[in-house]
Write a protein of this length. Structure first.
Length: 393
């Protein structure tokens, strides 16, 4: 019989976001590798598209006002019932879990009881994210302990960047168990605009040709500090009144950013919320610049935002405000411009922005195909999961 891989995650398509897309890609890669896959997740918020070989076990969960499973109580509403869900059903050959760390602790305990190995898929380091969010000291300690417990018991830890892998090893994980698998986007969805196939009924009109179009696509949380992008953009509006900034995505910082947009430039800054990947791709492909940011000193510098891959896959340069792995990638590969996490620095870069020429768009697209394919990252992750399979009985 083919190996059975069980994936435990609070978010899975039709949810929209980097995590559900990454996990669907992993599930598909595991099926291609000859596995059966079962996803233990939450109730669908939209019609579900089934993937051959992938079964989903869903149950209701608490969600926030944006429909996301985010926050301590929503996490627990998934993790507490997860204990029984992982202890029942066919015995898997390996279990894969995503954050939060409480999901990892539940996976470790239930996997020990069933004597099966498990894999920790680590897109970010949650203990550092809690610091960035300003969580109280007791919460910081609890998150760090839970994260360490989950990672140290894993047969494999899948890190999306080399820096994150190094951080995991410093935290006490055996380096022989850590694999760097990378990250990316669906390069078939995120691609340059094709005027010949564009649908006028669904295309975003944007500002008139010749005006500056700037797009931020992805999560908006405290540690990203997208406020500097809005403030910098508002300063440029004095000289380029036809410019437009669109920020698509969710996150705990969205309400504050909406209020700030209404204060600074309600006619020029739009936050439509989470949108379908196809619309995000159209916006990025039609932009002169894609924005990304990271607050310095939060301990979250190891992140390499998928925003970079989404933008370059669409042939759009990146303006990165901040520091860390993402800034290094943009700088070292010539993917755009890196500035300080400061409104004046952002404004200066926006003033200098021009519409990228076709050669630049083609070069960025080629880089994304080579370095930012989610399918390729999923195949590397699937290979690491297969390394952890329990021995045949």
């Amino acid at each position: 019989m083919p190996p059975l891989v069980r994936i435990a995650t609070r978010t899975y398509p039709p949810d929209v976001g980097a995590a559900p897309f990454r996990l669907r890609a992993l599930a598909r890669a595991l099926v291609e590798a000859g596995c059966e896959v079962e996803v233990v997740t939450t109730s669908a918020t939209a019609p579900e598209t089934a993937d051959p070989g992938v079964a989903t076990r869903r149950r209701p969960v608490l969600r926030d006002a944006d429909g996301a499973v985010r926050g301590y109580v929503p996490y627990l509403s998934f993790d507490v019932p997860l204990t029984a869900r992982l202890l029942t059903g066919a015995r898997p050959d390996v279990v894969v879990h995503e954050p939060p760390p409480t999901t990892g602790v539940v996976t470790r305990v239930t996997s020990a009881l069933r004597r099966v190995p498990y894999v920790s898929y680590l897109p970010d380091v949650w203990s550092q994210g809690a610091v960035a969010a300003g969580a109280p000291a007791p919460v910081l300690r609890a998150v760090a302990l839970a994260e360490q417990a989950a990672l140290r018991g894993a047969a494999r830890v899948l890190a999306v960047t080399a820096g994150m892998a190094e951080e995991v090893v410093r935290g006490g994980v055996d380096p022989a168990r850590v694999r760097v698998v990378g990250n990316g986007v669906d390069v078939d969805v995120f691609r340059p605009a094709d005027p010949a196939t564009a649908d006028p009924a669904t295309a975003d009109p944007g500002p008139p040709a010749g005006d500056l179009r700037v797009v931020y696509s992805g999560t908006m949380s405290e540690w990203q500090g997208a406020e500097v992008l809005l403030r910098g953009f508002a300063r440029v509006l004095r000289e380029r009144p036809g410019a437009r900034l669109t920020l698509v995505g969710g996150g705990v910082d969205v309400p504050r950013l909406r209020a700030l947009a209404a204060e600074l430039a309600p006619h020029a800054i739009d936050l439509p919320g989470t949108v379908a990947p196809e619309r995000a791709a159209r916006l990025l492909a039609g932009a002169d610049l894609a924005l990304a940011s990271l607050v310095p000193g939060t301990g979250y510098d190891l992140m390499s935002p998928t925003k970079i891959y989404a933008a370059t896959a669409c042939g759009t340069p990146v303006l990165f405000a901040g520091v860390g792995t993402g800034a290094a990638v943009v700088r070292e590969h010539g993917l755009g411009v890196v500035v300080d996490h400061d409104p004046d620095a952002v404004a200066a870069a926006l003033r200098a922005a021009t519409t990228p020429d076709p050669a630049t768009r083609a070069r960025l697209r080629e880089w994304a195909l080579a370095h930012g394919s989610l399918a390729a990252a999923a195949r590397r992750a699937a290979d690491a999961v297969l390394e952890a399979l329990r021995p045949p009985r």
